[in-house]
Design a protein around this ligand. Structure first.
Ligand code: COA
Length: 336
């Protein structure tokens, strides 16, 4: 990130939008398809239900989230300079989902790309978009977090199928000359040592799709839940605390922690480390489960629309995901 004294503008979130599919799978439903129960799922994860996209792909959910956003701003799709779609469930390996979204929303003057960082995808995309705005070259960047996790979930594997859901959410980034608002700092990391703890093994160049890969169920999410839990708890708590310290923020100066929604126990541990009480933690994992790149913007949109986030609020966004990837981002909310 640019050093503070050189910065002449911040990137601010100036509009938000979301889309969640109508179909709901509650915990009871999972009792009917795998050996599990509502009590186990709720107490171990915090999830009560999740949404599933029956017809349509990641680009359709993304376009709906963008259309929802455009209803709330005077900015028109043709004014968008860049579309960044954070996803691990692109419609196809290529072209990029961003191209499909561009066509669907009529952003005819935009360029764009997909960004793959799993559950940290939205944070990485937000920082990338912010840097492009800060450069002075671009004025309107759409950052979308969107995943159709049901497309890569094995509904016979109780370890993973209860965790994930489908959703999309989008934010608009625009320049802010007032440096009191907008994205102020971020700490982002990757570590490929985690590559085999959470991944989809086949379908890429290492192991192209074949009858064998399908028979062996290698096109689904594999997760070593225990291993990921251990590093995620520490990774998310440490990075969130570190960004507070780096920016001299006391816990009472943080209006909200906006955590990736993978497991309520990971979220609680992060809040505890930061000294943040429960009521200042954005949570919707109970209703949507883990929607990968969509969790954080979905929280932002819901909390903003219900009047819980106000202009001037300091937010710490944080995430941990496959890769490993992780990070935290500090911003001051700029929308009235
Ligand atoms: N219902 C009932 N039992 C289940 C179950 C389910 N849906 N899923 C797993 N179990 C069982 C396991 O088989 C295991 O049984 P065993 O001891 O006989 O082998 C037992 O429950 C405990 O499993 P464990 O993995 O220790 O549970 P956990 O408390 O770690 O919770 C996760 C499992 C997946 C919820 C948890 O590990 C987790 O959240 N991991 C990280 C997820 C994450 O953050 N991902 C990164 C970002 S996407």
């Amino acid at each position: 990130m640019q050093s503070k004294n050189k910065k002449i503008r911040n990137a601010s979130i100036t509009a938000v939008g979301m889309y969640v599919p109508e179909k709901i799978l509650d915990n009871k439903y999972f009792e009917s398809i795998v050996e599990t129960n509502d009590e186990w799922i709720t107490s171990r994860t915090g999830i009560r239900e999740r949404r599933i996209m029956e017809n349509g792909a990641t680009s359709d959910m993304s376009a709906k989230a963008c259309e929802d956003l455009f209803k709330t701003t005077n900015v028109k799709p043709e004014e968008i300079d860049i579309i960044i779609v954070a996803t691990v469930t692109p419609d196809m390996l290529f072209p990029a989902t961003a191209c499909l979204v561009q066509e669907k929303i009529g952003a005819k003057n935009a360029w764009g790309f997909d960004l793959s960082a799993a559950c940290s995808g939205f944070l990485f995309a937000l920082q990338t978009g912010a840097s492009l705005i800060e450069s002075g070259s671009y004025k309107k960047v759409l950052v979308v977090g969107s995943d159709k996790m049901s497309a890569i979930t094995d509904y016979t594997d109780r370890n993973t199928c209860i965790l994930f859901g489908d959703a999309a959410s989008a934010v608009l980034l625009e320049p802010s000359e007032d440096l009191n608002f907008g994205i102020k700092d971020s700490l982002l990391h990757i570590d490929g040592a985690g590559k085999n703890a959470l991944y989809m093994r086949a379908g890429g160049s290492a192991l192209p799709a074949s009858h064998e890969t399908v028979d062996q169920k290698l096109h689904y999410i594999y997760q070593d839940g225990k291993a990921v839990f251990k590093v995620a708890v520490k990774g998310m708590a440490d990075i969130s605390f570190e960004i507070m310290q780096k920016n001299g923020l006391k816990s009472e100066e943080v209006s909200y922690l906006v955590p990736h929604q993978a497991n309520l126990r990971i979220i609680d541990a992060t809040a505890q480390r930061m000294g943040i009480p429960k009521e200042k933690v954005m949570i919707n994992i109970d209703r949507y489960g883990n929607t990968t790149a969509a969790t954080i913007p979905l929280c932002l949109t819901e909390y903003y629309r219900t009047g819980k986030v106000k202009k001037g609020d300091n937010l710490i966004l944080s995430a941990f995901g496959a890769g490993y990837t992780w990070g935290a981002l500090y911003l001051t909310w700029a929308i009235d």
